[in-house]
Design a protein around this ligand. Structure first.
Ligand SMILES: *[C@@H]1O[C@H](CO)[C@@H](O)[C@H](O)[C@H]1NC(C)=O
Length: 377
């Protein structure tokens, strides 16, 4: 995540114009041939045909703060799925205030600090580096340990063609569905030197990652047994074009999984000192009914309010992978764009920068707990 650049706006307009007449779909043999040459198939704008880029060109796009889906590995499955848009959804207002408020008193900063210290100690969590792999193993072990007391809960790795894996923890419901999903991405990137450069990724997305671990811990400590199932996802390869979340969201769609709601936490630990603290709600590629639900959750349970963020545009974070599959998705962000963390994708994304705040971040872990409880109990 997550920048909106003027350059990107121009790119979108240019692409929109260039690709108005749809070309034939990319064939299976073309995908096989080009990807075996190391090329990547990127979707750069809504409705535009995807384009082939080298890894170096792809990295240059990232350095220009362009957003895209890397669809090399999901394009064919996606093409085979029905294109039907999801109907608008509505959700009831929060109605379990005493139970939720009591749960929220047990959300702890110290667990998040411990986990974030471990995650930032890896040189980077790049999706194709060995330390990126080690980081996914650390999260898997940590989440498994939390779930150890409950034989009904499964925690598993979701492997990819690259080295770092994604993770899915499932809390079964008393009924089979639909499922409520929380997501965060585990990978980090140093844009000047992805493979071996330092990328602590404290905020992007260490904070979202540990917020979800803490929400999971709090719910299990209270022996949470929902009516409808709940899943926690930690994604690999978000920084490389939303790879992990696309692999999982397209698989869920193709398997016919019903998803009640998806919420992404990607950066929750920073706001520009002196500005008003808010949950900045993503305004595009989201479900407005789900945003209405989020607003009422925030008003009911949070220490500060919400504000609508400026539209981030295409393929900003993992919520976009779920939105693309027609599932209701949402994304509360740490601050209005411009008041958010300027240190991302670099060696200086640490907890010691001025503006990093655990009392800010903990509100997102609490929101995750409230979201799951009110949605699924
Ligand atoms: C990337 O990593 C190198 C080596 O660790 C570091 O010197 C450099 O500052 C990093 N790049 C950025 C953009 O932070």
């Amino acid at each position: 995540m997550k920048f909106f650049s003027t350059l990107q706006a121009f790119a979108v307009i240019a692409l929109g114009t260039a690709f108005l007449s749809a070309a034939a779909p990319v064939s299976s043999s073309e995908i096989q041939e080009k990807s075996s040459q190391g090329l990547r198939l990127l979707s750069l704008a809504d409705g535009a045909d995807p384009v082939w880029k080298t890894e170096e060109e792809k990295l240059d796009l990232q350095r220009q703060e362009a957003h895209f889906f890397d669809v090399t590995e999901t394009y064919e499955l996606e093409q085979s799925l029905p294109k039907k848009k999801a109907a608008a959804v509505t959700f009831p207002s929060p109605s379990h205030q005493s139970a939720v408020k009591s749960l929220l008193t047990t959300v702890s900063v110290s667990n998040m600090q411990t986990n974030l210290a471990s995650l930032t100690a890896f040189n980077n969590r790049y999706y194709r580096s060995s330390t990126g792999r080690d980081a996914s193993q650390y999260i898997l072990d940590t989440v498994k340990k939390i779930a150890a007391s409950r034989s009904d809960i499964t925690v598993s790795s979701f492997t990819h063609s690259w080295t770092q894996f994604s993770i899915i923890a499932k809390i079964p419901g008393k009924t089979s569905g639909p499922v409520t999903i929380l997501g965060a991405h585990m990978d980090s990137i140093n844009l000047s030197n992805p493979t071996s450069g330092r990328a602590p990724g404290a905020d992007d997305d260490g904070t979202g990652t540990v917020n979800l671990i803490e929400a999971f811990r709090v719910l299990l400590a209270a022996d949470f047994k929902p009516t409808t199932p709940v899943e926690f996802h930690w994604y690999s390869g978000e920084e490389a074009g939303l790879l992990g979340s696309q692999a999982i969201a397209t698989k869920y769609k193709s398997d016919g999984v019903q998803v009640k709601a998806f919420m992404e936490l990607d950066m929750s630990g920073y706001f520009t000192p002196g500005t008003k603290e808010v949950f900045a709600l993503q305004a595009d590629y989201i479900d407005t009914g789900l945003n209405t639900f989020l607003k009422s959750l925030i008003t009911t349970y949070s220490a500060f309010g919400w504000a609508m963020d400026d539209p981030c545009g295409y393929a900003c974070s993992d919520h976009a992978s779920w939105n693309k599959m027609g599932y209701p998705a949402s994304f509360p962000y740490e601050a209005i764009t411009g008041d958010d963390n300027p240190n991302v994708h670099s060696a200086t994304d640490t907890t010691s920068v001025k503006g990093f705040s655990w009392t800010h971040s903990i509100e997102f872990a609490k929101l995750a707990v409230a979201f799951v409880y009110e949605m699924a109990i």
